[in-house]
Design a protein around this ligand. Structure first.
Ligand code: MRU
Length: 330
């Protein structure tokens, strides 16, 4: 069975609780926008495209059970996580349908379909880039769990693997919440794609010694000039890949491109609770007197990106602004 992060189930939004994976498969059924907002904030559902779809269904739930005011519902859902632009795109897709008198639930279904279909096309567009790679590094989880189905960075890996490429995936564990070790490894293991989880600190070693010959990651927000935000640690991997002349690809649906933003300088970076750094699986690691800093994302300048893998093909950073002008939003 393919992995699905969320689905609509008899009047409720069903979410696979990603905090419990890989140990337990727990499904949460949410019936209100407030519950969806809470689930996004607590990262029951996570990953930019997936929280966009959850936000869209949150709006549809608001239309049924309140707040029956589109602006208030959008404010509630949009106040959860600031960095991924997809969240706001998903909320707005349903808000405008609702304002136009259309069925908000139908609009949420359409938004989900659009994201799934775009991620599918990312797989086909990106697979040729990996056809001759042996070691591929990825960071965080940009798989089906982060996008509803298929994934962004994992979609080309899946398609290349299915076509017979002999890929080995290096999976950054991705501290502090371990999306790589827990979620990416879970997805790859289910599909028997050869991989190893590595400590975040080991990526530079494998890039320098030639074991990794391509890097592919997802994104949470991509500015018009190609600067992009992604999980904390992405910037370091991009710099080290550049230093070692290893191609660095960023895979994303059009919902992740923020055409209002000219560069990465003003992308909001979410700061999460220091407890996520100070504790591991509920156990305190650091001395009681220590505090932590916990930016959840960083911004990587476009000069480190070899190419973006979009649903409509591979786009070089210098071509991006023109492509975005030509394409209708979403
Ligand atoms: O904090 P998270 O787990 O929501 O962060 C997710 C990421 O940074 C992903 O790499 C990004 O959303 C791309 S997912 C297709």
């Amino acid at each position: 069975m393919p992995v699905r992060a969320l689905w609509w189930d008899r009047g409720a939004l069903a979410l696979l609780d990603q905090r419990e994976l890989p140990g337990r498969t727990v499904v949460r059924r949410l019936r209100s926008a407030a519950q969806v907002a809470d689930a996004i904030r607590r990262m029951v559902v996570r990953g930019a495209p997936a929280i966009g779809v959850a936000g869209a269904y949150g709006m549809a739930l608001a239309a049924r059970s309140g707040p029956k005011d589109p602006a208030r519902a959008a404010e509630l859902l949009g106040s959860t996580r600031p960095t991924a632009v997809d969240l706001f795109v998903g909320i707005d897709a349903v808000r405008s349908a609702w304002a136009a008198g259309e069925d908000p639930l139908e609009a949420a279904h359409r938004y989900r379909e659009r994201v799934v279909e775009q991620c599918h096309r990312i797989g086909t567009a990106g697979a040729p880039l990996l056809a001759r790679a042996h070691g591929v590094l990825t960071h965080c989880n940009a798989g089906a769990l982060a996008t509803v189905e298929w994934g962004t960075a994992l979609a080309p890996i899946r398609v290349a693997h299915d076509r017979g490429a002999e890929l080995f995936v290096f999976v950054d564990e991705t501290r502090p919440l371990l999306q790589g070790a827990r979620l990416t490894a879970w997805e790859l293991a289910r599909e028997r794609i050869p991989h190893a989880v590595i400590a975040d600190n080991a990526a530079g070693h494998y890039l320098r010694t030639g074991a990794v010959d391509a890097v592919i990651v997802g994104a949470d927000r991509i500015a018009r000039n190609g600067d992009f935000a992604n999980k904390i640690g992405t910037y370091e991997k991009a710099v080290v890949a550049h230093e070692n002349r290893v191609p660095f690809y960023v895979a994303a649906p059009w919902t992740t491109f923020d055409r209002q933003r000219s560069s990465g300088a003003t992308i909001p970076v979410e700061e999460r609770s220091g407890d996520e750094v100070l504790e591991l699986a509920g156990r305190r690691l650091a001395p009681p007197a220590s505090r932590a800093r916990n930016p959840a994302f960083d911004v990587t300048p476009a000069k480190y990106v070899t190419a973006f893998v979009t649903p409509d093909g591979v786009v070089r950073p210098r071509e991006l602004a023109t492509r975005l002008r030509r394409r209708t939003p979403g």
